[in-house]
Design a protein around this ligand. Structure first.
Ligand SMILES: Cc1cc2nc3c(=O)[nH]c(=O)nc-3n(C[C@H](O)[C@H](O)[C@H](O)COP(=O)(O)OP(=O)(O)OC[C@H]3O[C@@H](n4cnc5c(N)ncnc54)[C@H](O)[C@@H]3O)c2cc1C
Length: 453
C-alpha cells in the first residue's frame, strides 16, 4: 500500500515526534489522517450538541453519537485499538494507534464514536484473546460491531481491590451454572440500556492453597435476575452520563457455566493478559485532553476583552513561563506514552511492564498540573461549565486511580528497582578494589568511599 498523504507540514502529524513518524506505515498514515479529520470536523464542533442532547435524556446515548458511530463504522474507523497481532485487528501497531488515540482524546466522547473507548477496548482485547469461537460469536463480534456495550467489574467496596487476590464476590460453580452473591463497585451503569454484559471477576475457590487459582472470570448479562444496580456513583460530582459508574448487588445471580472465560480458577491468567495496551489507553487520550486545555489557555492569552492592567493575559511573564512549562510537560509525557506503546510492539506486553507503569504513574500526575495551569490562565470562567477544563481535570484525576492506583504501580516499580541494588553494590566494590590497586601503584593511603571499605 502507498499513500499520497504528505506528513510534513500536515497538522494531523504536527505533534508526532520524528522517530515515530519514521516508523509509520502507509496504513497508519491514512488512519491518522482520517481520525484527525473525523475529530476536527465531526466531533469538536458537535460538543455542545452532545451536551444539549444529553440534558434531554440523561441515560440515553445522544443521537449525535449514535449517528456518528454508524458513519465511522462505514468508513472503516472502528476498533483501531486492537493491535495487529489479533486476527480481528484492523491492522495498526500500538505505536500507530497511540497517535490516533491522542487525537481521539481531544473530545471526551470522541473515542466512543470510533468504538475505541473504555472499558470496551480492554474487554474486546480480553474476549479476543481468551474466548472460544462460540463465545466470540455471542459477545466479541457484537461488541466490535457496536451492537451493545459492556462493563468490566472487578472492584469491590469491601476489599482492597488494588490487590486482586482479595476480590471476594462469591461464585459457586455447579455442573450447569454459576451462582453469584456479593457486592461490586464501578463497572458502567446499566441505566443505559445499551450496556448489556458485565465481565465479572469473582472468587470461586476460596480455600485453594494457591491464591492465584481461587478466582474466575465470566460474563453476566445485565438483565439477569438478582443483579441490581443500587445507584450511579458520581465521580467528583459528575455523573458521567450516559455511561456512568454503577454500584451493584448480586443476589443468587445464576449464569450458565458456558459463560466462564478460559475456565474456573483462571481469572489471574486473564488479568495478566489484560495488563497490556488497555492499561495506557486512558493515558494516550489524556495527552489529547491536555492539548485541548493548552490550546484553550493560548486562546485566552489573546482574548481582547480580558486585558488586566491594559495587557493581554499572554503578555505577563508568569504566563509566558507557564505556557512554556505546559508545552514541555505535554511533549515529555507524550514520549513516555509512545515509548510504552513501542516497547509493547517490539518486546511484548510483559517486557513493557515498566514502561506501562511509568506511563500510568507519570502521565496523569503531570497533566493534572498542566490542566490546572490552563484553568489559572482562564481565571474564574476556567472553573465553570463555560469551558471543558473542570471535566478534563476530573478525567486526569480519575486516571490516577482507574486501572489501579498509581501508588500500587509505584510500589511495584520500586520493588523491582530494589532488586537491582545488589548488582550496584557489587559494581561499587569492584571500583573500590581497583582504587586500592591504584593507591598501591601511586603510593597513596586508601580512603573510605561510598561507605565501602
Ligand atoms: C473513574 C473510575 C472508573 C473506574 N472504573 C472501574 C471499572 O470499570 N471496573 C472496575 O472494576 N473498577 C473500576 N474502577 C475502580 C478502580 O480500578 C479501583 O478503585 C482501584 O483499582 C483501587 O482499588 P480500591 O478502590 O479498592 O483501592 P485500594 O485497593 O483500597 O487502594 C487504596 C489506596 O491504598 C494504597 N495502596 C494500595 N495498594 C498499594 C500498594 N501496592 N503500594 C502502596 N500503596 C498502595 C494507595 O494509596 C491506594 O490509592 C474505577 C475507578 C475510577 C476512579
Amino acid at each position: 500500500m502507498v499513500t499520497k498523504i504528505q506528513v510534513e507540514g500536515n497538522p494531523a502529524f504536527a505533534r508526532i515526534p520524528p522517530w515515530v513518524q519514521a516508523k509509520l506505515r502507509p496504513i497508519a498514515i491514512e488512519k491518522i489522517q482520517q481520525v484527525y479529520d473525523w475529530i476536527e470536523n465531526e466531533c469538536v464542533p458537535a460538543e455542545r450538541i452532545y451536551k444539549a442532547q444529553l440534558k434531554e435524556a440523561r441515560w440515553t446515548t445522544p443521537a449525535i453519537v449514535t449517528e456518528l458511530r454508524k458513519k465511522a463504522k462505514a468508513q472503516g474507523l472502528f476498533n483501531l485499538f486492537l493491535p495487529n497481532h489479533f486476527e480481528e485487528s484492523p491492522g495498526l501497531t500500538n505505536l500507530e494507534y497511540s497517535c490516533c488515540a491522542e487525537i481521539m482524546g481531544r473530545v471526551y466522547w470522541g473515542a466512543q464514536t470510533l468504538n475505541c473507548h473504555a472499558p470496551e477496548t480492554g474487554n474486546i482485547e480480553l474476549l479476543a484473546k481468551y474466548c472460544t469461537p462460540e463465545q466470540k460469536k455471542k459477545w466479541l463480534h457484537p461488541l466490535m460491531n457496536g451492537d451493545f456495550s459492556s462493563a468490566y467489574s472487578m472492584t469491590e467496596p469491601d476489599r482492597a481491590s488494588s490487590d486482586a487476590t482479595q476480590v471476594g464476590i462469591k461464585m459457586e460453580i455447579t455442573d450447569k451454572e454459576v451462582i453469584i452473591n456479593g457486592r461490586k463497585l464501578y463497572g458502567n451503569c446499566k441505566y443505559n440500556d445499551e450496556m448489556q454484559i458485565f465481565i465479572l471477576m469473582g472468587c470461586s475457590d476460596p480455600n485453594n492453597k494457591n491464591p492465584w487459582n481461587r478466582h474466575t472470570t465470566l460474563v453476566v448479562p445485565a438483565n439477569t435476575p438478582g443483579l441490581k444496580q443500587v445507584r450511579n456513583l458520581s465521580i467528583m460530582g459528575y455523573d458521567w452520563a450516559p455511561e456512568g459508574h454503577g454500584e451493584y448487588i448480586y443476589e443468587n445471580v445464576r449464569v450458565p457455566r458456558e459463560n466462564i472465560i478460559l475456565g474456573p480458577g483462571r481469572a489471574f491468567e486473564i488479568a495478566q493478559g489484560r495488563l497490556g495496551p488497555g492499561r495506557i489507553h486512558h493515558c494516550m487520550r489524556l495527552i489529547g485532553q491536555a492539548e485541548r486545555a493548552y490550546e484553550l489557555a493560548l486562546v485566552r492569552c489573546y482574548e481582547p476583552r480580558k486585558k488586566p492592567r491594559g495587557k493581554f493575559i499572554g503578555e505577563f511573564d508568569s504566563n509566558i513561563e507557564r505556557i512554556a512549562e505546559m508545552r514541555m510537560t505535554i511533549d515529555a509525557m507524550r514520549l513516555v506514552v509512545l515509548n510504552a506503546a513501542d516497547t509493547m510492539d517490539l518486546q511484548g506486553n510483559k517486557a513493557g511492564r515498566y514502561a506501562i507503569a511509568q506511563s500510568k504513574i507519570m502521565v496523569p500526575n503531570a497533566l493534572l498540573k498542566v490542566i490546572d495551569e490552563a484553568m489559572q490562565i482562564y481565571g474564574g470562567q476556567g472553573l465553570t461549565q463555560h469551558t471543558p477544563l473542570p471535566e478534563i481535570w476530573t478525567y486526569a484525576r480519575f486516571v490516577r486511580v482507574a486501572d489501579g492506583p498509581d501508588s500500587a504501580h509505584r510500589h511495584q516499580v520500586g520493588r523491582d528497582q530494589m532488586k537491582t541494588a545488589q548488582g550496584f553494590r557489587e559494581r561499587a566494590e569492584k571500583y573500590t578494589a581497583r582504587y586500592k590497586e591504584l593507591c598501591k601503584k601511586w603510593n597513596l593511603e586508601p580512603e573510605e568511599f561510598w561507605g565501602i571499605v
